[in-house]
Design a protein around this ligand. Sequence first.
Ligand SMILES: Cc1cc2nc3c(=O)[nH]c(=O)nc-3n(C[C@H](O)[C@H](O)[C@H](O)COP(=O)(O)O)c2cc1C
Length: 369
Amino acid sequence: MPNTFGHFFRVTTFGESHGGAVGAVIDGCPPGIRLNADKIQEWLNRRRPGQSHLTSPRQEPDQIEILSGLENSSTLGTPICIMVRNRDQKSEHYSDLKSIYRPSHADFTTEMKYGIRAASGGGRASARETIGRVAGGAVAEQMLKAMIPELTVTAWVDSVASVQATINDHTKVTRKQVEKSPLRCPDSKAAKAMEQVILQAKDDGDSVGGTIRCVITGCPIGLGDPVFDKLEADFAKAMLSLPATKGFEVGIGFAATALRGSQHNDAFVSSGKKNAAIRTATNHSGGIQGGISNGEPILLRIAFKPVATIFKPQETVDSQKKRVLFKPQAGRHDPCVLPRAVPMVESMALIVLADHFLRQVAVRPAIYR
Ligand SMILES: Cc1cc2nc3c(=O)[nH]c(=O)nc-3n(C[C@H](O)[C@H](O)[C@H](O)COP(=O)(O)O)c2cc1C
């Protein structure tokens, strides 16, 4: 099921970048959940291109149409289909791509795998595919909020190229703070420096990458299904299925390799009172142990590469194996995809949480009554 994510809460995305429409079928959302279509649209607005001087100028309203699964704003328990029509396709910008393999893009591998590809607009490899994921994330959030009001999922741009944000307490960052700047970085000093790096790359006809942090608070204990559907394994799959992602960390991630066990272990603590929670004194594990959430904040970090589309001539080959010098015709790319990827990361995190929450309700229904 390569176009479907999840087992109990399932999101199937459909559509190509230059086809008629893109979107998602969201299956498994329980009946009787109030769904606010305006809130789903707000999520899509955070994802869409043309939202600031830092993103692709492709002008897409990305207006949602909800085709099924709702009556009077209430879920029916049936598949929810959300569709967005493609409006601003400029296939002429892709006419030179029919036989050329763009370096570090999906053209070569897609053609080798399927023997055919949607050369116009990049097909399913285009970031337009993520519209369906963001619609799924928006539904997942409204479903989860109805069941776990204290849950929060917040992502932000943590670094661009070598500029790193400084955040004192990752668990205190709010979406409101993140949305204050077009860069979606809550450290305003770092955000300014990141903006300069992005605009310089844009001027140079180049691109830059970076990292996104995602923090989940209020997650119940017990989410995650060992052994193959451990919570961090599903987060990793969710994040690494986003276009342009190259790395994933949970907790302190790769930095753990430099510590000793005595420095890394998260000691359990409790006040000893009857209803007191068992917590950990530190959170190097990032809220997941043995593949199961332990009630501490879940800490994720995702690396995005500098995207392939740049406006410098690049050596490549065509389908006849002839060497060609390739330079795209027009400037409709994101010199840095990080700001637009923030709602995509949050959406994938929410889809994983929605799926695992429903799975855990099935495992231990009594504790959620
Ligand atoms: C928000 C966003 C926008 C993107 N825009 C572009 C773009 O304009 N040009 C490009 O080459 N890649 C862009 N990408 C990345 C490609 O979709 C991706 O690199 C390509 O499908 C190859 O997949 P891979 O990088 O995961 O191997 C974008 C990714 C995201 C998340």
